[in-house]
Design a protein around this ligand. Structure first.
Ligand code: SF4
Length: 269
């Protein structure tokens, strides 16, 4: 799908979301928040639901948590326009309460359709409800900074999920904020893993034939788990990603720099 088509398809969903009355959250919202970002991105960030500022502006992650998310992205040399940012529920739960299961279920088709259009390589979960969708059964305390294969029924046909604490949690606890910066530094290696996994699923010839494939090969050491086993055998993500960062000097530099020089950044497609 070309960018124009993807953008138009995403906007069509956004129009539906803004008029949606499929659950009780429409009664108390100011504006629905469909999500926004690059239609061509490889990386989709999924939070839980809009907060006070998002509800008033109709845009995701525009309050203090959004500012922190943008700082996280800046450490990778990325801007929010480079990725797509959305939520599990598109309307603000009153008083920022957790969304109810029936509200999550009512809203689920919108996210599924967005992911079908975007076809991301990497889905970054922000917080508990998003984690539950893409890494069911996991707890954020153990899963943060790690990857799992995504169930294609979520709409992401061939993606890895990468878990982050919700930025709002990082704002409340300096230790979680420090941990989150360390986790964010692992996103480029996770994206390389995701790209390689997609490549393995679409090519029959294992030998790399382009500069981009060389980068992927360089980032994954020979003794790392075979990425083609990912669907059947969950990876040991911490070890695999740490090894990938150690094996790729440009990623190690990226992981420790604030903004990073342009040449050292992993470019999003
Ligand atoms: S939360 Fe989702 S399902 Fe509920 S009214 Fe908003 S858009 Fe519709």
């Amino acid at each position: 799908m070309i960018e124009l088509d993807r953008g138009a398809a995403l906007e069509a969903i956004a129009v539906e979301v803004r008029a949606c009355t499929n659950c009780r959250l429409h009664e108390t919202r100011t504006l629905a928040v469909p999500g926004e970002g690059s239609p061509e991105t490889e990386v989709v960030f999924v939070g839980e639901g809009p907060g006070y500022n998002e509800d008033r502006q109709g845009r995701p992650f525009v309050g203090r948590a959004g500012a922190l998310l943008e700082r996280f992205l800046m450490t990778l040399g990325w801007q929010r326009e480079d990725v797509f940012i959305t939520n599990i529920v598109k309307c603000r739960p009153p008083d920022n309460r957790d969304p109810e299961p029936d509200e999550v279920a009512a809203c689920a088709p919108y996210l599924r359709r967005q992911l079908e259009i975007l076809d991301p390589a990497l889905v970054v979960t922000l917080g508990r409800h998003s984690l539950g969708r893409f890494m069911p059964g996991e707890r954020i305390s153990g899963a943060h900074g790690t990857v799992r294969p995504v169930d294609p029924t979520t709409g992401a046909a061939n993606a890895l999920a990468f878990a982050l604490y919700h930025p709002a949690a990082a704002l409340r606890a300096p230790e979680i904020e420090r941990t989150s910066y360390q986790d964010v530094a692992r996103i480029p290696a996770a994206l390389l893993q995701a790209r390689a996994r997609r490549e393995a699923a679409t090519t029959t010839a294992p030998a790399p034939s382009s500069a981009a494939e060389d980068v992927v090969t360089a980032a994954i050491p020979a003794d790392a788990p075979d990425i083609r086993d990912l669907p059947e055998v969950p990876v040991a993500p911490d070890a695999a990603i740490d090894a990938a960062i150690d094996a790729a000097p440009h990623l190690a530099l990226l992981a420790t720099s604030e903004a990073g020089a342009a040449d050292d950044q992993l470019t999003l497609f």
